[in-house]
Design a protein around this ligand. Structure first.
Ligand code: ADP
Ligand code: MG
Length: 254
């Protein structure tokens, strides 16, 4: 075993695996730049640190399970009369995450609720926060199967540990008493520990019907709305407005 391989093994044994794998390149660069010992050591340690940070972000993206990745830069604020550029920039700064504010994004289908939620989620991960995206259906399923499947247990552990939990399409489904109870307990666990972004095409006053039980609905709403910003996205569906028409394409070519 040559001395570099030996050194790589030693680095790995003291948990500097990233630097170990990259050692040949680091050595070559140090030689080419005629680095001092201190500069070389700094580069080794910095490399390990940078890769760990990158891997952490990659892991958080994997955990987040976004259904698609659209960023805030791809979000056209001009389309939204209901939100000013200044408000959008305030959201983008993410101070509300540190202050534990919830965001409730309301509006009809197609106006960009999910896109905005995901864009904020991506921004948050890049800033070092832990984010989980879940549809309401998936969340309720995980809660109901928590006692029986490892997968649901892991998922819910991550949700309870997250800094930001995005619950998409809140009242898409009607819930029975047991489901509403489980959902309430989750919101209660998250309350004061994490931020929640909820998207819904139903106004909060209609949530009661879908949750069934008025007492549970009030308890959930109390916690969600206590420190929250409610944003009504409106306008025409972005999908409809920007849809590609076969006939338009035809007329261009004719
Ligand atoms: P919703 O969740 O409100 O039903 P989505 O977020 O799924 O709507 O948006 C529907 C589609 O339209 C997505 O492809 C999204 O990227 C796009 N979209 C909606 N609003 C905007 C916007 N303001 N700027 C850019 N794309 C938008
Ligand atoms: Mg949506």
């Amino acid at each position: 075993m040559n001395s570099i391989t030996k050194l790589q093994d030693t680095l790995k044994s003291v948990r500097l695996g990233e630097a170990a794998n990259h050692l040949p390149v680091l050595l070559e660069e140090a030689g080419a730049n005629d680095d001092t010992y201190a500069a070389f050591l700094t580069n080794v340690v910095n490399y390990e640190q940078k890769r760990r940070e990158e891997k952490k972000v990659e892991k958080h993206f994997k955990w987040a399970t976004f259904p698609f990745r659209k960023t805030l830069d791809q979000f056209d604020v001009g389309e939204q009369q209901s939100m000013s550029k200044r408000q959008f920039n305030q959201l983008k700064e993410l101070l509300w995450i540190e202050q534990l504010y919830n965001l409730i994004l309301l509006g009809p289908p197609g106006v960009g609720k999910t896109h905005l939620a995901i864009g904020l989620g991506i921004q948050a991960i890049n800033k070092g926060f832990k984010v989980i995206f879940s549809s309401m259906g998936e969340l309720v399923h995980a809660l109901k199967t928590e006692e029986i499947t490892r997968k649901s247990q892991t998922r819910l552990k991550r949700i309870r540990n997250a800094d930001l939990v995005i619950i998409d399409d809140l009242m898409f489904m009607a819930m029975n008493q047991q489901e509403a109870n489980l959902f309430f307990h989750l919101i209660n666990d998250l309350y004061n520990n994490a931020c929640i972004i909820l998207t819904s095409n139903k106004a909060p006053k209609e949530w009661g019907e879908l949750l069934g039980d008025p007492a549970i609905t009030t308890a959930i709403l109390d916690r969600l709305v206590h420190r929250s910003e409610i944003i009504h996205l409106n306008g025409e569906s972005y999908r409809m407005k920007h849809r590609h028409s076969i006939f338009e394409q035809e007329s261009v070519t004719n």
